[in-house]
Design a protein around this ligand. Structure first.
Ligand SMILES: N[C@@H](CCC(=O)N[C@@H](CS)C(=O)NCC(=O)O)C(=O)O
Length: 247
């Protein structure tokens, strides 16, 4: 089997895909892409969309973290990413969809807001990446790409504030999935990998840490993705930050 996973360093859904490969024990090669430049590379590689994770496996092209979880289970059923029981499978699929469609993007917008404000923050998220040029040089010359990425991700002040306002409810949802056993069990499933990376990424932002740290969601992230790369020192205006939940 030959597999090549296209990622952008620091991308949470790309990290989800990488973790699922490791869980399955399937060997793969990784191509690290620079944001924006990634779009042309993915197009040239024959992918229909312009986002990572994107996977070429034995000539087949699969794109999107949820598509990849299903493909990996099809290609190698053990260990499974989805429960066999139909009711439990539906619950995991629902949690995975929530992680993809509702949780991922607000965190992404806060990250790009932070990069836009201080592009040097990108460096820590790209440590060890093979970008085809030194990370320091990529960051130094990356201003226009950061500005464009922030724009394409709509990382405006208004959306960053909306993402922060939405965060407590989103974290409540994650904690509820843990409490009802959909995620956080002994054996991780596709929703664990989907959700834990967004929480792991959130924990790299010092501004978000006090909101996330006291929650079961943080324990899940530390277990599933203990070494999420990157660190963003405080950068968001304190007045925008919601109060940490009373504990
Ligand atoms: N919901 C999609 C999200 C894919 C996505 O938006 N990926 C981002 C990175 S986190 C991307 O490729 N952005 C393109 C770019 O930055 O140029 C999934 O889970 O696969």
């Amino acid at each position: 089997m030959t597999a090549r996973l296209f990622v952008i360093p620091g991308s949470h859904p790309a990290t989800t895909a990488a973790l699922m490969f490791d869980f399955k024990g399937i060997a793969y090669n990784r191509t690290d892409l620079i944001p924006i430049v990634s779009k042309g590379v993915l197009r040239a590689a024959g992918f229909p969309r312009m986002t990572v994770p994107a996977l070429r496996i034995d000539g087949e092209r699969i794109q999107g973290s949820r598509e990849i979880s299903r493909a990996l289970d099809r290609i190698q059923p053990d260990p499974p990413l989805f429960p066999a029981d139909p009711g439990r499978r539906a619950a995991v699929e629902d949690a995975e969809r929530f992680g993809d469609e509702e949780l991922q993007h607000p965190i992404r917008q806060l990250l790009w807001w932070g990069f836009k404000r201080e592009k040097d923050n990108l460096r820590a998220y790209s440590e060890g990446a093979r970008l085809g040029l030194p990370v320091g040089l990529a960051v130094k010359t990356g201003g226009p790409l950061v500005a464009l990425s922030a724009r394409l991700n709509e990382a405006t002040d208004a959306n960053a504030r909306a993402a922060l306002a939405a965060l407590p409810d989103l974290l409540d949802r994650v904690d509820a999935y843990i409490a009802d056993g959909t995620i956080g069990g002994d054996e991780p499933n596709a929703a664990d990998f989907q959700i834990a990376t967004s929480i792991g990424l959130a924990l790299t932002l010092d501004d978000l840490k006090p909101l996330v740290e006291p929650r079961p969601a943080a324990d899940l992230a530390r277990r599933i993705v203990p070494d999420y790369p990157g660190h963003m020192p405080p950068i968001l205006p304190p007045a925008w930050l919601p109060a940490p939940a009373a504990g």
